[in-house]
Ligand binder design. Structure first.
Ligand code: NAD
Length: 296
C-alpha cells in the first residue's frame, strides 16, 4: 500500500492561488447560519487558510432564527461588492430556510461552490464555470499524482449532487483529465464488492467507515477517499479501511491527511478563478495542471 498525501497537492494549489490573487483585495463571503458544529469547524479552517493566502474571509454569522429577508439583503450587498469574488452558504441550513431561494441571490460568477442552478447546469452541459470544490480536489489529486483516467474504469461511490454525481459527470467527459468509463454506486447498489473489484480507480464519498476493504480491491487500484466519519473519540476516518489495505498493491489517500485540505484549497482556487476571470478574462499560466482543467 502506498499512501497518497493531500499535502503536496494543497500546497501546489495554494501557490497558484497566491500568485493569482497577488496583492489584489479579494474577499470570500461565507454565510454561517445557526451553529452546526461541522460548519463552524469548516468556517474556522477557511479563515485560517484565507489569511495564509491573502484572501479576506468574511464570515457572516447569524442565529438560526434569522429571517430570510435579512439574509437576502446581505447576500445582495455582497453580490454588488466589487471586492467580494466568492460567496458561499454553509450547509446544513436550519429548518425553515430555503437553500434554493438563497442561492438565487448569489450571482453565478461568484458562486465558488458551483451549486447555482446555472453553474450546475453548465457543468452537466460540459461548459462549466466552476467545479464544486470536493470534486475539483479529487480531480487535482489524480492529476498531481499522474494517475491516468482516460480509458479507465472508475467507480464513484455516493450520488450527492455536490460530490459523487458531479464527479461522475466530470470524469466521463471527453477531456484529457477525464475520459473514463464511470460507474456511480449508491445506497441502492446491490453488490458493491463486485464493482469495487473490477475498477481501476475508486472514489468514495459515502460517509461510511470501512466501506471499502482490502479483500475487495484488485492489484494496482487507486483509491481517493473523500469520506469523513467521526469515530466518537474526537478523531476521523474515511470510507476506506486502511489497516486492511496493508500488504495489498494499492495507492490510497489517508484520512486525515488526504483529501480534506485539498477541498479547502480548491474552494480558494475557485475564488482565485472568479477574481482573475473577472479582472483579466483568463488565468495566469503558472500551473499547467490547473490551467488544463480550467482553461488558460
Ligand atoms: P450525502 O449523505 O449527501 O451522500 C452520501 C452518499 O453515499 C449517498 O448518495 C448514498 O447513496 C451513498 N451511500 C451511503 N451508504 C452507502 C453504501 N453502503 N454503499 C454505497 N453508497 C452509499 O453526503 P455527501 O455530502 O456527499 O458527503 C459524503 C461524504 O464525503 C461524507 O463523509 C462527508 O463528510 C464527506 N465529504 C468530504 C469532503 C472532503 O473534503 N473530503 C467534502 C465534502 C464531503
Amino acid at each position: 500500500m502506498e499512501l497518497l498525501s493531500g499535502k503536496p497537492v494543497s500546497e501546489r494549489i495554494d501557490r497558484f492561488v497566491r500568485s493569482a490573487v497577488n496583492e489584489d483585495e479579494v474577499a470570500l463571503s461565507s454565510f454561517l447560519i445557526g451553529a452546526d458544529p461541522s460548519s463552524i469547524i469548516y468556517s474556522r479552517s477557511k479563515l485560517r487558510k484565507g489569511e495564509s493566502l491573502g484572501i479576506d474571509v468574511r464570515v457572516r454569522d447569524y442565529p438560526p432564527d434569522v429571517g430570510e429577508c435579512r439574509l437576502i439583503e446581505d447576500l445582495d450587498r455582497d453580490a454588488s461588492d466589487e471586492h467580494v469574488s466568492g460567496i458561499m452558504i454553509e450547509r446544513p441550513l436550519p429548518g425553515g430556510l430555503s437553500l434554493d431561494r438563497l442561492m438565487e441571490r448569489v450571482p453565478p460568477a461568484k458562486d465558488v461552490e458551483g451549486l447555482h442552478p446555472v453553474n450546475y447546469g453548465k457543468l452537466g452541459l460540459g461548459s462549466f464555470r466552476f467545479i464544486p470544490p470536493t470534486p475539483l480536489g479529487a480531480l487535482l489529486m489524480l492529476r498531481h499524482y499522474g494517475i491516468e483516467t482516460s480509458g479507465k474504469d472508475i467507480l464513484v461511490i455516493g450520488r450527492s449532487p455536490n460530490v459523487g454525481r458531479a464527479l461522475a459527470q466530470l470524469l466521463s467527459m471527453k477531456r484529457p483529465w477525464a475520459n473514463a468509463t464511470v460507474t456511480l454506486a449508491h445506497s441502492g447498489t446491490g453488490d458493491l464488492a463486485r464493482w469495487v473489484g473490477r475498477s481501476d480507480i475508486i472514489i468514495t464519498a459515502a460517509g461510511r467507515p470501512a466501506l471499502v476493504r482490502g479483500d475487495m480491491v484488485r492489484d494496482g487500484t487507486v483509491i481517493i477517499d473523500l469520506g469523513i466519519n467521526s469515530t466518537g473519540d474526537g478523531s476521523i476516518v474515511g470510507d476506506v479501511d486502511i489497516p486492511s489495505m496493508e500488504g495489498v498493491d494499492v495507492r490510497v489517500t489517508p484520512t486525515p491527511g488526504g483529501t480534506g485540505p485539498v477541498t479547502v484549497s480548491s474552494m480558494f482556487l475557485n475564488v482565485a478563478v472568479a477574481r482573475t476571470r473577472e479582472l483579466y478574462g483568463k488565468l495566469p499560466e503558472t500551473d499547467r495542471m490547473i490551467t488544463e482543467i480550467y482553461g488558460g
